[in-house]
Design a protein around this ligand. Structure first.
Ligand SMILES: NC(=O)c1ccc[n+]([C@@H]2O[C@H](COP(=O)([O-])OP(=O)(O)OC[C@H]3O[C@@H](n4cnc5c(N)ncnc54)[C@H](O)[C@@H]3O)[C@@H](O)[C@H]2O)c1
Length: 457
């Protein structure tokens, strides 16, 4: 019989509360979160209320929570990138199995230490590399393992980030400054490094990389633009990055919704895109009241006044060209050679027509071509001998990182129940490889040289 796992949560933000907290509420027979550490009062109070957490188990920070003896089965560590290492080490030393968000840490030394401590304490340390768990990349892995495309020779993987998402997270948001968070190739693309490592099934021998912050900066700031969009910008109607367009009118989200396979959703968003004033009518009101990502990030007050206040006072209202602290790349490429001579090319950029990843895997007997997009997946298999084309997947939009988020938690709970550490698909030791690749790419880009992976190990 499956026993309910008890958990402590560190960081009740978007991942902690909205993704895994919601999972716990929807699956009370599997997991019960009995304690929380979260400094933001509004977030903490909301989490305590929803999960019925006792007063003595509600903490303003992770330190006092981890000062206590272990009193639950697992720790979920969902803080920002630079606050993963210390609580994860402490939690494992106390005896908790840990589910930790990616990137596992922001320095090479800390990543290695996490893998070592997981092994020396015998605790599970599972990293949230959700792509491996979703149906899209699992299908590619199964095809490769079936031998249908022969031996893999080359993979092209692209991470195409759309302008609004890039601006939200990497210009205005948490990950805009590499010293305060981490290099974008680590923060965003350790997922992609992990996927390449997993699909090829080999370690990387060497890599090179190029990229920069080419577009964002005061040189491209339009004449007369104020530092905050909402203060009246002369190009507000034509600026892709206008903060009101993104956070009040949610135009980029409506444009994604217009491709929805759900009839009513499509009707609502298409109507609002054409006639914005419709949002005053009850049927369309939810567009105006929208309070999920990315809008939920800008404030804990989701009233119209609260949103406008955030656009006047926080970086989320800033002109993207005036964010002087922004120093992460807006485009980067990596050339990779694996130990068995397989090669891969990876591209990351923030200027895509549609958010998502695209992939091409060429093998000696076949080719896989796939799109993993905000609007849905497509996956096609070509057989070189018969010239046959097979549609493997064609779906509408999937939530939760293409279905991976739910499976991350299910797998973690299963691993904790069975205590079979060898089954941890994204253990710290396995995930270390993707992080080594990302650190190596950052060095290769900055030092303009080929990095031999033996330097990193
Ligand atoms: N696996 C994925 O696909 C995926 C997707 C998005 C984000 N992430 C990662 O998840 C992590 C969290 O991202 P997020 O978007 O939820 O961020 P977030 O900022 O919404 O959440 C982090 C929370 O940690 C809290 N916190 C800060 N200091 C704390 C402390 N001392 N003790 C306890 N809590 C503290 C913050 O107040 C915040 O509520 C990041 O590392 C991010 O890179 C992973």
């Amino acid at each position: 019989m499956i026993k309910q796992i008890t958990a402590i949560l560190i960081g009740a933000g978007e991942r902690g509360a909205d993704t895994f907290g919601e999972y716990a509420l929807n699956n009370p027979e599997s997991i019960n979160i009995i304690a929380v550490a979260e400094p933001q009062k509004a977030r903490r109070d909301k989490f305590v209320r929803k999960h019925e957490i006792s007063e003595e188990n509600s903490f303003e920070s992770w330190e006092p929570l981890l000062e206590k003896e272990k009193f639950a089965d697992v720790a979920l560590i969902m803080t920002q990138d630079q606050m993963h290492y210390e609580p994860a080490i402490k939690a494992m030393n106390l005896g908790y199995d840990v589910l930790l968000e990616k990137p596992m840490a922001t320095t090479l030394k800390e990543c290695k230490s996490l893998a070592d401590v997981s092994e020396s304490t015998g605790k599970i340390l599972q990293i949230c590399h959700g792509l491996r768990f979703g149906p899209f990349f699992s299908a590619i892995k199964s095809i490769i393992e079936s031998g249908k495309i022969g031996d893999v020779v080359n993979i092209s993987l692209r991470e195409n980030v759309s302008p609004f998402h890039y601006a939200h997270s990497y210009v205005r948001g948490h990950w805009h400054n590499r010293e305060k968070s981490s290099p974008m190739i680590l923060a965003k693309s350790c997922h992609d490094m992990d996927i390449l490592f997993w699909l090829v099934g080999q370690r990387v021998q060497r890599l090179s990389s190029f990229g920069s912050q080419k577009y964002f900066g005061r040189d491209n700031m339009p004449d007369g633009a104020p530092d905050y969009c909402i203060q009246g910008c002369p190009i507000e109607k034509s600026c892709l990055y206008n903060a009101s367009r993104i956070y009040l009118d949610i135009i980029p989200l409506l444009q994604i919704g217009a491709k929805s396979s759900k009839g009513l959703e499509k009707f609502i968003v298409k109507s609002v895109l054409k006639f914005p004033k419709l949002t005053n009518l009850p049927l369309f009101r939810k567009v105006k009241d929208y309070s999920e990502w990315p809008v939920s990030t800008i404030s804990s007050d989701m009233s119209r006044e609260g949103k406008i206040k955030a656009l006047n006072e926080t970086n989320y209202g800033r002109c993207v060209y005036s964010m002087d602290e922004h120093n992460v790349v807006d485009h980067q490429v990596i050339n990779i050679e694996f130990e068995d001579q397989t090669t891969a090319i990876f591209t990351l950029h923030g200027f895509s027509n549609e958010e998502g990843r695209t992939i091409r895997v060429d093998g000696t007997r076949g080719t896989i071509i796939g799109e993993f997009l905000a609007s849905g997946d497509n996956l096609v298999l070509y057989n070189h001998l018969t010239n046959k084309k097979t549609i493997v997947r064609k779906t509408g939009r999937l939530s939760g990182h293409g279905g991976g988020d739910v499976v991350i938690m299910e797998t973690f709970l299963k691993n904790v129940q069975s205590k079979t550490k060898q089954d941890v698909l994204t253990s710290a030791r396995v995930s270390l490889e993707s992080h080594l690749m990302a650190f190596a790419a950052d060095i290769a880009r900055l030092e303009k040289r080929v990095v031999e992976m033996k330097e990193m190990r």
